[in-house]
Design a protein around this ligand. Structure first.
Ligand code: DAT
Ligand code: MG
Length: 139
């Protein structure tokens, strides 16, 4: 069974959208196997977004994701990575289709409410940043 790391990002938490977003994903049949609320420090944020370190938006992205608490979740399911990316919609909420999480709730490309792993390999790496093995449940 595939796993994906989801982050409910700072703007979504501040706007009270965490439950709505989690419900959408759970309702699709994705299984919650780990969940925690945390306030990221800059070092962990930089590690999570390391692939973007040379982009002009990198420091703004790190400031944003560390500006308020987030919720980190591992969802498990068949083709979980692809299913979640589809439900999230495109990175820029202005381009994301209605019915997708970003299309419905995203404010702008920086504040787009949700992160989801972009491949199974990335998911494995991202999960290790946020969770230890004993925080991941089997049921
Ligand atoms: P995604 O989150 O869809 O995987 P990404 O990996 O390209 O998108 O970028 C990571 C995050 O960085 C994205 O969710 C929001 C931010 N971001 C991406 N492109 C941006 C841009 N041009 N300006 C500002 N923020 C950007
Ligand atoms: Mg990405």
């Amino acid at each position: 069974m595939e796993r994906s790391l989801v982050l409910i990002k700072s703007d979504a938490i501040q706007r009270g959208l965490a439950g709505t977003i989690i419900t959408r994903l759970e309702s699709q049949g994705l299984k919650l196997v780990a969940l925690k609320m945390l306030h990221l420090d800059k070092a962990v944020a930089r590690r999570h977004y390391a692939i973007h370190r040379d982009k002009p938006f990198f420091e703004g992205l790190v400031d944003y994701i560390t500006s308020a608490p987030i919720i980190a979740i591992i969802f498990e399911g068949e083709r979980a990575v692809e299913v979640i990316r589809g439900m999230m919609g495109l990175t820029d909420p202005a381009k994301a289709k209605a019915g997708t999480i970003r299309g419905d709730f995203g404010l702008d490309i920086g504040r787009n409410t949700i992160h989801g792993s972009d491949s199974v390999e990335t998911a494995g790496e991202e999960i290790k940043i946020f969770f230890s093995e004993d925080e991941i449940f089997s049921y």
